[in-house]
Ligand binder design. Structure first.
Ligand code: DAU
Length: 337
């Protein structure tokens, strides 16, 4: 039966892939995107669906009750991506993380309670668990966030749980690992280093470059959310792992090799304060619902790097903002010494 789905943050990286996927996969679904179009949300990201008859775009902020109420009217499912997501930005300017990630999620949950939606998927993150020195976190592991970003997401995650327990809002939570793919804002490791390498500029690797992340391709990420949305048990959280644990220096070398650039471009810089050493998730609960990642990491990384090389028109308009911001980050970290 046809459903109406509200996707918040649908003009961002993962939200736009999820929106495209829903439109293609479910021919009787109507998809509404609510997006504030902050620096990381861009209408261009929705170009593939923008004129589709089953697609509607609403420009609005999740912190604004009336925008959210308007967007959620008549909706069956909510998938809540909208958030400030970049750790470095949260260290320099935490305010927007608290207001958007915590208060914005509160407005979303409160509105869902009033409107009475069928399912509400809250997109959390593996960062809520903090650093995994060894082993892998299950959904029962304690939340021990390190950065203001991770703490804001932990706050949102706990609010989502509370809204299920207290009010019976049909919440499902996903906690995905580091995601990569086309259209990711070039502040994150893979697109940022790709653009640096394309310009023959040094790749600023924090600390010793031995931190480990588990990389999840964006198409696998959106399929996992689809599975949780349709088959997950209400009130439960689901980890989404990529199964591709790599050190940051390994990822940097792969980017350089793909572009035929020398490893001498790698430059070790002052570490990110509170930097989590490793993220690792046990995703057996999600796999029991029938999901498993399909992408081959090396191939998907190569395709992603080449997408940036071939889509200058996508990143050229945002490059200057990103360079200025990075300079600000590096100066701030250096001054802390
Ligand atoms: O784990 C999921 C999380 O992954 C998401 O919830 C976050 O929204 C997302 O930003 C990401 O967090 P990370 O901090 O792991 O991602 P980022 O791409 O910023 O950094 C990945 C690793 O690379 C991390 O160990 C820091 C390092 N790094 C990053 C940048 C941008 C560098 O060494 N140099 C850099 O310039």
């Amino acid at each position: 039966m046809g459903k109406s789905v509200l996707v918040t943050g649908g003009a961002g990286f993962i939200g736009s892939h999820f929106t495209e996927y829903l439109i293609q996969q479910y021919l009787d679904y109507e998809v509404r995107v609510l997006d504030a179009l902050t620096y990381a949300g861009r209408r261009e990201n929705l170009a593939a669906v923008d004129t589709h008859p089953r697609f509607t775009f609403i420009h609005g902020d999740v912190r604004d009750r009336s925008s959210v109420q308007q967007a959620m009217q008549g909706v069956h499912y909510v998938v809540h991506f909208a958030a400030e997501t970049h750790v470095d930005r949260s260290i320099l300017s935490p305010d927007a993380f608290i207001t958007t990630d915590v208060y914005g999620t509160f407005i979303m949950l409160e509105t869902a309670r009033q409107v009475g939606v069928e399912r509400f998927v809250h997109v959390s993150t593996d960062e809520v668990y903090g650093s995994a020195e060894q082993g892998a976190f299950t959904e029962q592991s304690p939340l021990q966030p390190s950065s203001p970003y991770a703490a804001s997401k932990a706050g949102a995650d706990l609010l989502a749980q509370a809204y299920h327990r207290t009010y019976g809002v049909p919440v499902l939570i996903v906690r995905p690992s580091n995601t990569f793919g086309p259209r990711q804002y070039p502040e994150k490791l893979i697109p940022f280093f790709t653009l640096r390498a394309l310009h023959d500029e040094p790749l600023p690797l924090y600390g010793d470059g031995q931190q480990r992340r588990d990389w999840l391709y964006v198409h696998d990420h959106v399929r996992a959310i689809d599975v949780v949305l349709h088959k997950g048990q209400v009130g439960e959280a689901y980890n989404i792992a990529g199964g591709n644990e790599r050190t940051n220096i390994e990822v940097s070398r792969l980017i350089l090799h793909t572009l035929g650039k020398p490893e001498s471009l790698i430059q070790f810089v002052e570490d990110r304060p509170g930097h989590d050493r490793r993220y690792a998730l046990d995703d057996s609960k999600l796999r029991a619902l029938g999901w498993q990642p399909q992408a081959d990491f090396e191939i998907a990384l190569r395709q992603t790097v080449l997408w940036y090389a071939q889509h200058r028109e996508w990143w050229q308009p945002i490059l200057q903002e990103q360079l200025e911001y990075r300079e600000f980050v590096e100066q701030w970290y250096a001054q802390r010494q």
